[in-house]
Design a protein around this ligand. Structure first.
Ligand SMILES: [Zn+2]
Ligand SMILES: [Zn+2]
Length: 364
């Protein structure tokens, strides 16, 4: 069964929503599935699977029982789960269980060798903390999947690489003192949400050197983003030698996204997918789990995720012209981040973090 890729989809994903006027709209996940179907991507080796909702015991490996219960009751009677961004309402709890369950099923399937690559568009809820929702994220599916890999499969070396425009603060907090490599490339500064993710947040104890932040200025474009990816994420992953790579593929860094004001295009996302996919084959038998995340321009999100999926599944039977047709047709108007500014940040993170990742390995 090796060599295959799966797309996880459950109708309950559509229940993970915060209202018609909220920026987070789960329909983008169905739009991505429809796009991939219309391309003819799916066949025997490349299929859609329906995940199970996560069970309470598995969810409690990351989240406190009292918090889980609060989400369940709040989603019945409505109320705010955080300071205003993340309101609860009917169905939210079921939607959140489905979103986490899909990442967990994907992690188990890859660990068992049932398939090599998987994409859960409802996952990537990286702002969720053990006892608190934040930034449209209720439960941290990435962290729960890491716990499943550790406990059920004895997989100790998991790497999480997060390319969402926002810092993966929940994931960082959960693994800050553990030997789980977490890398986040995100917009930072000027009060941009969530406000964490500086280069000097490097982890503690067992996690020292295992948390890498690449804080980028608003307007960073594909070239600078990919330069950071190649200079920091790629060598860090090679040094760490993970047994599985989980990639948070939030696409709110797209230049047309209404929230983040970054300058990435579908071509930058395709390259980030290709680099990570190829590294997974080089380092860990292709074990590459991709989850969603931000993405508030529905059409750009649908296109970027579909292109990423075709890239990791190497869907050679799909008409290349159709995939080309999904790419952005125009270039972003301008990139305001200067190359020197980003180069300085990359140099600082490289000097600080890469020797640490390498040295901890040497003495381990
Ligand atoms: Zn985001
Ligand atoms: Zn592959």
């Amino acid at each position: 069964m090796g060599g295959s890729t799966v797309f996880l989809y459950h109708d309950d994903f559509m229940k993970y929503q915060f209202g018609a006027k909220h920026p987070f709209q789960p329909v983008r996940e169905r739009m991505t599935l429809d796009t991939l179907r219309s391309l003819g991507v799916f066949d025997d080796d490349n299929r859609v699977i329906v995940p199970e909702p996560v069970d309470a015991e598995t969810l409690q490996t990351v989240h406190l029982a009292g918090y889980i219960e609060r989400v369940r009751t709040m989603s019945q009677r409505r109320g705010l789960l955080d300071y205003g961004d993340t309101p609860a309402g009917p169905g939210l709890y079921e939607g959140a269980l489905a979103a986490v369950g899909a990442t967990v099923d994907a992690a188990r399937g890859i660990a068992r060798g049932e398939f090599e690559h998987a994409f859960n568009p409802a996952g990537g809820l990286h702002h969720a903390h053990p006892a608190r929702a934040s930034g449209f994220c209720v439960f941290n599916d990435i962290a729960v999947a890491v716990r499943v890999l550790q406990r059920e499969f004895g997989i100790g070396r998991v790497a999480v690489i997060d390319i969402d425009a926002h810092h993966g603060d929940g994931t960082q907090e959960i693994f800050y003192d553990e030997d789980v490599l977490t890398i986040s490339l995100h917009r930072y500064g000027g009060g941009f949400f969530p406000g964490t993710g500086e280069a000097d947040e490097i982890g503690e104890m067992e996690g020292r050197g295992r948390n890498i932040n690449v804080p980028l200025p608003g307007g960073t474009d594909d070239n600078l983003f990919l330069h950071a990816y190649r200079s920091i994420a790629v060598p860090a992953l090679r040094a760490y030698r993970p047994e599985m790579i989980i990639q948070q593929f939030g696409v709110d860094g797209h230049y047309r996204d209404p929230l983040a004001d970054m300058g990435y295009t579908t071509r930058g996302y395709a390259e980030a997918a290709r680099l990570t996919h190829d590294l997974a084959h080089e380092l860990c038998d292709g074990k590459h789990l991709v989850v969603g995340g931000g993405g508030y321009g529905l059409d750009a999100t649908r296109r970027a995720w579909s292109i990423m999926y075709c890239t990791i599944s190497e869907a050679s039977h799909v008409d290349g012209g159709l995939i080309t047709g999904l790419h952005d047709r125009e270039a972003p108007l301008s990139d305001r981040a200067t190359a020197e500014e980003v180069m300085d940040i990359i140099e600082e993170v490289k000097q600080r973090s890469l020797p640490l990742v390498e040295s901890v390995i040497r003495y381990a």
